[in-house]
Design a protein around this ligand. Structure first.
Ligand code: 3PG
Length: 307
């Protein structure tokens, strides 16, 4: 019986990515089942029931979803962050979870500059703004996205600093980026701080008053990581107490209404998570996911396993 692969994307891939995924799976003799743009969890539960593999994005792969499957062997997150997956439930059921690290990082990195420019140019309202040239940027997290941001920032003539507890200073230095010893130093000394950590138990809510309050008078915070890494009461306090503070985020924070009511012109939020929503990123991550599934079934390749 041919393997059945479900592509479950509440936020759909570009058509070219779906075509490429279909080609890879069809060539392997697999069947592709598409569940795009769905609104109801029940649709995902039903579609997942009889498949051998799932390709997904920010879709919630909960214990309920995993529990609803009968044949599932592997699910691949076409992207980097897998905080949307119940890894424990997957492991208990013997389901391999993988991600596709680095495949969509350029798209996310480019959005960092979209957010920074939007804020620096005051939303293109006619008000005089500022330039990125000569400003400093601190990268909190130096994985694939952080590295790509560093490289683009250098093109803008920015002075680039980074902190990542899991990356050696020599690696950061080799990229022409200045490593700092602790996160606090980034917040203290940089004009822009850009967040590039995954959402984990440790990082959720970790960008709090103890870090934010160290920011420069006109400091700008950019978040293309996860909305939940920010401690929102501290964020609101920053808006209240620091009239020069600005915040750009890929997705709205829960306290968006409170910010919008009082701090117009000092924030920009995407309505839906858009960092990786480019044709190129969809193709890179989607096709990588399809290839990883075929390599897993045909050769037992578990290189990108995260559980
Ligand atoms: C990721 O973790 O890869 C990014 O946040 C992209 O998420 P998306 O697939 O929902 O756009």
């Amino acid at each position: 019986m041919s393997k059945k692969v479900l592509v479950a994307t509440e936020k759909p891939f570009a058509k070219m990515a779906v075509d490429g995924i279909r080609q890879i799976l069809t060539e392997a003799g697999y069947e592709i089942i598409l569940l795009e743009n769905y609104k109801d969890k029940a649709d995902l539960l039903k579609a997942a029931e009889n498949v051998d593999a799932i390709i997904f994005r920010s879709d919630l792969i909960t214990a309920e979803v995993i529990g609803a499957t009968k044949n599932l062997k592997i699910a691949v997150r076409a992207g980097a962050g897998y905080d949307n997956v119940d890894l424990k439930a997957a492991t208990e059921k013997g389901v391999v979870i993988m991600n596709t690290p680095g495949q969509n990082s350029n798209a996310v990195a480019e959005l960092v500059f979209g957010l920074m420019l939007n804020l620096a140019r005051r939303g293109y309202t006619g008000k005089s703004g500022t330039e990125l040239l000569g400003k400093s940027i601190g990268l909190h997290g130096y994985g694939a996205v952080g590295r790509r941001v560093a490289s683009i920032a250098k093109g803008f003539g920015m002075d680039v600093y980074a902190f990542d507890p899991f990356v050696k200073a020599e690696i950061v230095k080799a990229d022409g980026v200045k490593p700092v010893d602790n996160a606090e130093d980034l917040y203290k000394s940089c004009d822009y701080v850009s967040l590039h950590m995954p959402k984990t138990k440790e990082t959720a809510g970790s960008i709090n008053w103890s870090k934010l309050s160290l920011m420069k008078k006109d400091g700008v915070l950019i978040n293309t990581a996860r909305a939940e890494v920010i401690d929102e009461p501290s964020l609101l306090k920053m808006f209240e107490e620091r009239s020069g503070f600005m915040y750009g985020s890929d997705v709205e924070p829960a306290c968006k209404e409170a910010i919008a009511a009082k701090f117009s012109g000092r924030y920009f939020f995407t309505q839906k998570k858009m960092g990786a929503q480019t044709e190129e990123a969809n193709i890179n991550a989607g096709l990588a996911a399809a290839r990883q599934i075929v390599a897993f079934f045909e050769k037992g390749d578990v290189r990108f396993k995260v559980n």
